[in-house]
Design a protein around this ligand. Structure first.
Ligand code: 9MJ
Length: 677
């Protein structure tokens, strides 16, 4: 063995300390202070030293995070102080009742302040530090006895192996939640699907499953994080007087603290926080299932004490459950505008995420196969935020004997044309095109919509009636309708028939951009339609454009270019376009390349956080249409940031760079002003 000289040992400790600080900046504060290459260089140097001098390797070395030997089983750990579980409040009245009991027990009339914390949906953990070094990590177990998962905890980068600062407590037991952020969960599941391996139903199960691995190398490869929210045992010279100061203290020792913690002055303020966070919830990068309220004054907490297994000083206000079990009654297949066939699950109605759900999307054939869903199965339905309900899991163990496997149709359920699935595409499509009444209906609805040809009064129901009654077979026929054809339809009086014909007539005066959007070319949204109109000026120039010419345009990628090429080389599509022009649809040709005149030409915008009113795609498309570029990250070149609720590091960065920001409401008002010009 090679002896270590003092200088090398000192250099080694300095490297460890530097890397620990970089880890803290990167994994805890999400604010790295050095480029990755510099971090890699230091880590490489550390590993080289450790390889040369085996004696050097310290337990808190960042090299020790990769996971050591696999265990045969987990040892049991008795918690010195029980790990409590929280009582729940399911509505505002139960929260008020909790507040009333707190005041009563403390014999206080004055309002009591509460620390409010998002309730992370993961796995509780206890971390014991002796003289600042991580000594042992344990799961909660039954609250009295848990399992020793020290080796696994060491692999989680946001768990400090050594506490920061000069005066660390002699003994400190930190409690918190290990969880898997959503992007890590999605990436993990995508990789599992690609590798034909088992996926996790939700991030909570993923965190629990990853933490309970006997082989720490498996845990090391999972994207877990730990957020601290409390203290068990503590032996320190000084202790903070309130819970929020305790969290700050933990932050200073190197732990991740949730940035949304808040001090509520009274119980009504707690309710307001609940409402605010419920709005932000869909945009948070991790799952939360409620809010935890804790009496902020630690002396009050001691006086209140515990009852059974729960503290009297804390309560969890739960959000409505996002997952429920129900039965899959049938699977139907819907045909979209481009022929895409989407399986839709019909469910026994169930109350989930605050609404009654009776349908859920099944996406495509791959998804049905992955879930192994059969009609009659009990399934877990998930509805997070405002997104379309999904089937998260099939309860195979509850499968009835007569459950029927789902067969993806070979023929379109509407027009019976063959269904095709191109190689490389997950979507199966009806090949009926303009002969499929489902596709015709969707195409006409899109053509008539406000942002396209804006035919007032031509709603979805009316389009369906007109197509079903064979009054119209394509958008062209709209321009041949007369009152006698409309009057026999349901709820159609002479006045509304005349109004509709006037609206159809008015729609003939349009713009090239609107017309291109109305044609429903795949992947051509409003923004790209505007870009095409500006770049080519006339329909003829666009029809004649070579693939290279299309690709040269900023904002038009290869997929959009291919769809445009396919559309204009299809004789049926061209026939419809000419027939529309012959019917009198007309627009002024636009001056070629007006980009410099576009209001946002030369600007780069960034969208962050969750948008509540418009979708990301709509917002991006609207910006492209105004001539802006839309980037994914903030830099000194960013012109403007649109920040919805839940905006985090991008908003902070924009603020630090003095980049103007606006919220969604301001953005929509801005778009309205621009569109009226
Ligand atoms: C979670 N899950 O985020 C507590 N928790 O406090 C927070 N859980 C808790 N606090 C005492 N923020 C027991 C559990």
């Amino acid at each position: 063995m090679i002896d270590v000289d003092t200088a090398t040992a000192a250099h080694y400790r300095q490297l460890v300390s530097q890397l620990q600080q970089h880890n803290h900046r990167y994994y805890v504060l999400d604010d790295p202070s050095v480029p990755d290459a510099e971090y890699d260089r230091l880590m490489h140097e550390l590993c080289a030293l450790e390889a040369r001098y085996a004696d050097l390797v310290d337990a808190d070395s960042p090299s020790q995070r990769v996971g050591g030997m696999a265990l045969a089983e987990f040892n049991q750990v008795a918690h010195t102080r029980p790990m409590l579980s929280l009582d729940n409040a399911f509505d505002a009245a139960e929260l008020q009742e909790f507040g009333r009991r707190v005041n009563e027990r403390l014999a206080r009339r004055d309002s009591v302040a509460y620390a409010c914390e998002p309730k992370l949906d993961g796995v509780a953990i206890s971390l014991l530090y002796r003289h600042g070094i991580l000594d042992r990590a344990a799961t909660r177990g039954d609250g009295a006895v848990g399992e020793d998962i020290t080796e696994n905890a060491r692999t989680i980068r946001s768990i400090p192996l050594r506490l920061q600062g000069d005066s660390v407590p002699k003994l400190l037991e930190v409690r918190g939640e290990v969880y898997m952020p959503r992007d890590g969960f999605d990436r993990f599941n995508a990789a599992a699907i690609a590798g034909g391996e088992k996926t996790f139903v939700n991030p909570r199960n993923a965190a629990a499953g990853s933490l309970r691995q006997l082989d720490p190398k498996i845990t090391a490869a999972r994207p877990l994080q730990m957020c601290a929210y409390g203290v068990g045992e503590i032996d320190a010279q000084w202790q903070p007087p309130t819970h929020l100061e305790m969290l700050q203290y933990l932050g200073a020792l190197g732990f991740m603290i949730n940035p949304h913690v808040h001090l509520a002055v009274d119980i009504d303020d707690c309710e307001q926080y609940y409402r605010d966070l419920a709005i932000q919830r869909p945009a948070l990068p991790y799952d939360i299932d409620g809010i935890v309220y804790k009496v902020n004054d630690l002396e009050f907490q001691r006086r209140l004490g515990t009852v059974r297994r729960s503290p009297r000083w804390a309560i969890a206000r739960k959000f409505p459950a996002e997952e429920e079990m129900t039965q899959l009654i049938a699977v139907e297949f819907q045909v979209g505008r481009t022929g895409a066939i989407t399986p839709v699950a019909r469910l026994q109605p169930v109350f989930v995420g605050g609404v009654t759900v009776s349908n859920a999307t099944l996406h495509n054939a791959d998804e049905i196969a992955r879930l192994d869903a059969r009609v009659g199965d009990m399934v877990i339905v998930r509805r997070a935020g405002d997104v379309i309900p999904q089937i998260a899991k099939v309860m195979v163990e509850k499968r009835p004997v007569d459950a029927v496997p789902v067969k993806f149709p070979d023929c379109c359920p509407v027009c019976h044309s063959p269904v095709e699935q191109l190689t490389g595409e997950v979507v199966a499509r009806c090949t009926g095109g303009m002969f499929c009444s489902a596709q015709i209906k969707q195409a006409i609805k899109h053509y008539a919509s406000r942002r396209a040809m804006d035919i007032d009064g031509l709603g979805d129901r009316l389009v369906e009636q007109l197509v079903d009654a064979k009054r119209i077979h394509s958008v062209v026929d709209l321009y041949n309708l007369d009152v006698s054809q409309l009057l026999p339809l349901e709820r159609m009086a002479a006045k509304s028939a005349t109004n509709l014909l006037v609206a159809i007539e008015n729609s003939k005066q349009t713009s090239l951009a609107k017309f291109l959007f109305a044609l429903g070319i795949r992947e051509v949204g409003e923004g790209s339609a505007q870009i095409l109109a500006n770049s080519f000026g006339s329909l003829e120039a666009l029809i004649d454009a070579s693939p290279e010419a299309l690709l040269e345009i900023d904002g038009i990628g290869p997929i959009v270019a291919r769809h445009i090429g396919n559309f204009f080389s299809n004789p049926d599509a061209l026939a419809i376009v000419s027939a529309l022009q012959e019917s009198g649809v007309i627009w002024p040709n636009e001056a070629v390349d007006q980009r410099a005149e576009q209001p946002l030409h030369g600007q780069t915008w960034v969208l962050t956080g969750s948008l509540q009113i418009m979708s990301r795609a709509e917002a991006k498309d609207a910006l492209l249409g105004l001539g802006a570029k839309v980037a994914g990250s903030v830099s000194a070149k960013t012109s403007q940031l649109v920040a919805g609720p839940g905006a985090g590091s991008k908003l902070r960065k924009a603020e630090s760079l003095d980049i103007p920001t606006m919220d969604e409401q301001q953005f929509i008002e801005f778009l309205q002003v621009q569109r009226n010009f």
